[in-house]
Design a protein around this ligand. Sequence first.
Ligand SMILES: NC(=O)c1ccc[n+]([C@@H]2O[C@H](COP(=O)([O-])OP(=O)(O)OC[C@H]3O[C@@H](n4cnc5c(N)ncnc54)[C@H](OP(=O)(O)O)[C@@H]3O)[C@@H](O)[C@H]2O)c1
Length: 405
Amino acid sequence: MPETTETPAPEADAKPEAPAPAAPVKEVKSIVLTGFGGVKMMKVQQKPEPTVGEGDVLIRVKACGMSFPDLMVRQGVIDHPPKTPIIMGFECAGVVEAVGANVTDLAVGDRVMAFSDYKAWSELVAVSSNYVYKIGDNLSFHDAAALLMNYVVAYIILFDLAGVRDGQSILAHSLGGGVGHAIVQLANTIPNVTIFGTASSHKHEAIKSKGSVAHLFDHSMDYTQAIRKESSDGVDVVLDCLCGDDTNKGIALLKPMGKYILFGSSNIVTGETKSFFSFAKSWWQVDKVNPLKLFDDNKVIGGFQLRRLLFRQGHYDYVRKVVSRVLDLYNQGKIKLTIDSVWAFEDVGEAMQKLCDRKNIGKIILDPTAEPTPKSPEKKAAEAAVNSDGASGGDEKKEAVANGE
Ligand SMILES: NC(=O)c1ccc[n+]([C@@H]2O[C@H](COP(=O)([O-])OP(=O)(O)OC[C@H]3O[C@@H](n4cnc5c(N)ncnc54)[C@H](OP(=O)(O)O)[C@@H]3O)[C@@H](O)[C@H]2O)c1
């Protein structure tokens, strides 16, 4: 007879075993957009550490790039605005901390730069390996964050869309900014290219010291007339990041066989928060263009939006090839990065205010490891006054004082 073992009957008053305590959720410091509006809508918050899924790479972030589109996101003046709250940021550089299943070309410890569909302004970022690029020891993390978006955009619009050639002329705006510097340097790699540009006057000397620009104008002057004085038949290429009335001016300035590329709409931003008037004006000012007129005039019109190309239209293999050409140019010494300033996450409000106030020359970088700038007693008092005053989202002056804490 087989031996039987009897399970002792549970005691009537035995308590069910308590579940093991859950491991505490690890958190990381991130810059969160809590709603659309002024600088105060950006807050530094602790968020759960991101997890790596299949095909993803987890990056310990050392530097993040800030660009004009981040300002537009904050104000909610972009197409398909995201749902808030959301971690901001489209680009970063750092070190790979973990890789998900099926990631074969990247390993823990690799130095990388990456695009991210939001969420880049955080101590840790999980992003598909489709948007991650290895970098060498000769490129610092700050420089990598200054290079990625600006030079990829400038490369594509100049070479792949406008096809700039030896001896041609270009008009481009906002030459003192991140993309502007990239346009100048990349255009300077083509022989005999004449650059006409606009930028705030206080930046002209700095721009000329970084590259060869034939004619610089303050945007507030009648730059079309000034260009016609130098070149009566206009220019071969217009790279327009402003839109609105500048679109009409740009198309009118094109020579026969000329190409106009729209890659931004900075004119939509007119203050600290979204202005419906500027938003609408920027579109209604643009003349409707009839293809038959382009046919008669021998002109080409195009547009470019990197984030859409990458994250909605899936052309990340093409962008990877562009990144590798840009890195080749960097390794050949043809790209010299210009960083305007480096800021701690806690100072994101001041950093973005600088961009909005047209004061930056080159790229603005956020560094999650940087110490926040100590505030003067006057500044602290001003902020306290603003806060005790019950600053509202629409009060431009008050919001300009806040620094996003
Ligand atoms: N298509 C894409 O994929 C893509 C990607 C990145 C950037 N972009 C576009 O490229 C342009 C430049 O971007 P960026 O990141 O290099 O920025 P940025 O040029 O550094 O942006 C700041 C500068 O823009 C100029 N600006 C023009 N209109 C302005 C306004 N309404 N308010 C404040 N500043 C204004 C100012 O310079 P001045 O006063 O000297 O003119 C300001 O210093 C932007 O239009 C941006 O949207 C497009």
